[in-house]
Design a binder for this molecule. Structure first.
Ligand SMILES: [Zn+2]
Ligand SMILES: [Zn+2]
Length: 187
């Protein structure tokens, strides 16, 4: 991790610097089906630690629920711990050239909120909790709602009943959000 890397990056959440790339992963199982998600994100110390701890906690709680996932889960936990170690030497983000307003991951406009969307297909959970503006949030939530409404098998159909409620709740929350406005001067 050279100094040059962090000079060019800003945090994907708050747009402050310095930031570094971290690789985080979480692992989850559902009886016999299990999978993991991995993300590479540029983050400041504060937001990196927040994300890495969240991922680590999920793996610790949910990673052991399925048969055969133990080895992958151990790797996952090692990866998240390594991310936390990398962040430990990063100085806290300084300055505040951009308002700490939450912005959409798709268009970088605000206001944005975090929505929770998910669906099950073939016994696998697909989920996301993106920070999105009203416009992109509706795209996400509708896509997940559509998937949840078309279950591939009876168990997924059962599990999708609560997923449908959750995706609809996300759409309701987005309705209360002001449509995005163009940002002033993100350099
Ligand atoms: Zn940040
Ligand atoms: Zn957007």
């Amino acid at each position: 991790m050279s100094k040059d890397d962090s000079d060019e990056l800003d945090c994907a959440v708050c747009f402050r610097r310095p930031a570094i790339f971290i690789d985080i992963r979480w692992n989850y199982g559902f009886v016999i089906a299990w999978r993991w998600r991995q993300r590479r994100v540029s983050v400041c110390k504060e937001h990196g630690e927040e994300q890495a701890k969240k991922f680590l906690l999920r793996s610790r709680l949910l990673g052991w629920l399925s048969l055969g996932s133990a080895e992958t889960n151990r790797e996952t936990i090692r990866m998240d711990r390594a991310a936390l170690e990398g962040l430990a030497s990063l100085p806290p983000a300084s300055g505040d050239p951009h308002p700490p307003e939450v912005r959409c991951i798709e268009c970088h406009r605000g206001p944005a909120i975090e929505i929770r969307v998910r669906y099950f297909q073939r016994l696998q959970l697909h989920w996301r909790t993106p920070l999105v503006c009203r416009e992109h949030g509706e795209t996400f939530a509708n896509e997940y709602l559509l998937q949840a409404l078309h279950s591939s098998d009876p168990i997924s159909w059962l599990l999708n009943r609560s997923a449908i409620r959750q995706n609809r709740a996300a759409l309701v929350a987005l309705k209360g959000l002001t449509p995005p406005v163009d940002n002033v001067g993100r350099d």
